[in-house]
Design a protein around this ligand. Sequence first.
Ligand code: PEP
Length: 249
Amino acid sequence: MRKKIVAGNWKMNTTLKDGMELAQAVEKLEKEKTSDALVIIAPPYTHLSKVNELIDDVKLSAQNCASEALGAFTGDISPEMLLSTGAEYVIIGHSERRSIYNEDNELLNKKMKLALSTGLKPIFCCGELLEEREAGKLFDVIREQLAVGLKDITIDEMGKVVIAYEPVWAIGTGVVASPDQAQEMHKFIRDLLIDLFSEQVAEDMTILYGGSCKPSNAAELFANPDVDGGLIGGAALKAEDFLAIVNAY
Ligand code: PEP
């Protein structure tokens, strides 16, 4: 059975104090959860080690990492530094990193390999733009993002990877993919993993949906056979909403 996961990406939100309160509230509600999904939170870098002291059942993720291990990269944070805060996961290739910071598939592949070799578990994001979907290129875009982003990762390492399908047109827009659109792409991704890796990798891979997921639409998205949970942005900033999504399983 593959792992069910609901992960909250806080993005550049919350002061340290607010973030600590939110983490405590998530940890408290997690203890009362009615589903068996693993709960992960991804606060800003500055909060990681403090938040790590406040959580136990909830797992910790960073939102990004450097593509180099150490050295003269002012302002960057390496996977090893993240690991030293207690972070277990790292989000790589979020659409905001791709679009705002021009992170391309090759760079993301470098980050993936470095994160894995350091011992972090990457949550690798992929997703198409609205124009790409409308032009019928959605499957080509996802194939390229996965083929290049996951290049040279071993089958063993793939056991530590989580994939998040996040159609860019659904992120932070309030426009959610329909359950059929999500299932269609998740099935495509799982089939692609057979070609790129193996049947076992495909079967075991946790594939999350992300993009305007809320308590009111989570259950119908999670009911799909190839949707194994969610990566949640806006709704992860309120502990009650976030846990309502977790409990939608
Ligand atoms: C995200 O940023 O990963 C995300 C899914 O955001 P939102 O839930 O706000 O659409």
